[in-house]
Design a protein around this ligand. Structure first.
Ligand SMILES: Cc1cc2nc3c(=O)[nH]c(=O)nc-3n(C[C@H](O)[C@H](O)[C@H](O)COP(=O)(O)O)c2cc1C
Length: 393
């Protein structure tokens, strides 16, 4: 959650939003009335890809994602730029505007990136406010020194967007997989029918990309073998793009030696067309029968290696989750399997595929853990910690 307040540095918030998204974050923006004077909600809506929240007393907004829900949604509340006034209001615990209410209700970490004139920053009131906020556990990013918008020179500039992004990643760094090399497969595969058409599935790749980010935060080196997805490559991740199951298998086999952990989140096609037409198939008969043959099971292949890495499978099921997941764990000799329910919830919203949220039931020999429904980014962090515990067990 990015909160934008009334500072001249608010013009950098659009770039910050983009940079956070490039680093793999899902960004929702809250703006104070002051913030809206410096940059429009429209701009931040366009760059974040979500509606921007500006008002507390808003019947429609409360009926949608209300302030408590927004506060619960966030993994991090980042206030950037944070004005002197907002810092003072945080100290008082005011909740007469949306940002105040969210910051009180938010149980996730909060970080502030102050931006103000050097004298405002140096003032005893601001210094005492920031010291109190830090005592309460709020993280301070910056400010930087240098020339200011008002022409003065000194401390009080907002950190540059990329520096804020790396400070955010630093908050989630656990080091639990330090020194480990992890390979992750993600997204769908495409099995060609002809030069134009293919068989594929609804996998968005989000869970795999979230796992890649969580592994990076945990200190691992990550190779991501990705099917076609609309996601940008997380920072410090080596990404190899493939299309078909056969290409994914070849990429995995070429890179797997030396990997300590193999996490297979990709929704790999189980079958591919026996014949791929060289020219576009023409519309002729009233029915068309496709002949399909099985693809190689990539996860089982890696798990069967003599010196196999710690293998983690994903099982997307619509029914009998535990039975199917434990069956796969045994049959493919996996070290761990994370099973999830896919499909539609009672209210019709998707869960699993094409969704930002998911829940997982994780099984291993002699153990299990349920990770309840939450953002995929948070879920990935919890699963990575579980993997780190099991790998060291
Ligand atoms: C042109 C202009 C630039 C301003 N720049 C800053 C700034 O960089 N930092 C700051 O703390 N306040 C700045 N202010 C003052 C804040 O906008 C003002 O204190 C406002 O009440 C902040 O409200 P908010 O924190 O609720 O967004 C500026 C005001 C104006 C008119």
């Amino acid at each position: 959650m990015l909160a934008v307040t009334g500072s001249i540095a608010a013009y950098k918030s659009a770039d910050l939003t983009r940079r956070l998204r490039e680093a793999g974050a899902e960004v929702r923006v809250v703006m104070t009335t002051g913030g809206c004077e410096f940059i429009t909600p429209m701009t931040l809506q366009a760059v974040s890809g979500h509606p921007v929240y500006t008002t507390l007393m808003d019947v429609e907004a409360e009926a949608g994602m209300g302030h408590i829900e927004l506060a619960r949604w966030a993994d991090l509340l980042l206030i950037a730029p944070a004005s002197a006034d907002t810092l003072a209001r945080l100290v008082q615990g005011r909740s007469d505007d949306l940002l105040g209410a969210i910051s009180l209700a938010c149980e996730a970490p909060t970080a502030v990136a102050p931006a103000m004139n050097q004298a405002m920053w140096a003032d005893a009131a601001t210094q005492s406010n920031i010291a109190l906020l830090q005592q309460r556990g709020i993280h301070l990013f910056g400010p930087a020194e240098g020339e200011q918008a008002c022409g003065e020179v000194g401390s009080g500039r907002m950190l540059e967007p990329l520096d804020i992004v790396s400070a955010c990643s630093g908050l989630f760094a656990t080091g639990s997989l330090a020194g480990k090399k992890v390979m992750i497969t993600a997204g769908p595969t495409r099995e060609a029918l002809d030069p134009m058409r293919f068989i594929s599935n609804r996998s968005s790749g989000r869970m795999g990309y979230a796992m890649a980010i969580a592994c990076i935060e945990a200190g691992a080196e990550v190779i991501l073998i990705s099917g076609p997805v609309c996601l940008s490559t997380p920072e410090r991740v080596i990404r190899l793009d493939i299309e078909s199951a056969a290409e994914m298998l070849a990429a995995v086999e070429a890179q797997i030696s030396g990997c300590d952990i193999f996490i297979a989140t990709a929704a790999v096609a189980d079958y591919r067309p026996v014949d791929v037409a060289e020219q576009k198939l023409k519309k002729q008969a009233s029915t068309l029968t496709l002949s399909l043959e099985p693809t190689t099971d990539i996860l089982a292949t890696v798990a069967a290696h003599k010196q196999s890495p710690f293998t983690v499978g994903f099982a997307a099921e619509t029914e009998n989750i535990e039975q199917y997941a434990r069956g796969k764990l045994e049959k493919k000799s996996l070290d761990m399997i994370a099973a999830n329910q896919i499909g539609k919830q009672q209210d019709g919203t998707p869960i699993g595929f094409e969704s930002e949220q998911n829940s997982l039931a994780v099984y291993w020999q002699g153990g299990e853990k349920n990770l309840p429904k939450m953002q995929k980014s948070r879920l990935a962090r919890e699963l990575v910690e579980l993997i780190a515990i099991r790998i060291n067990a």
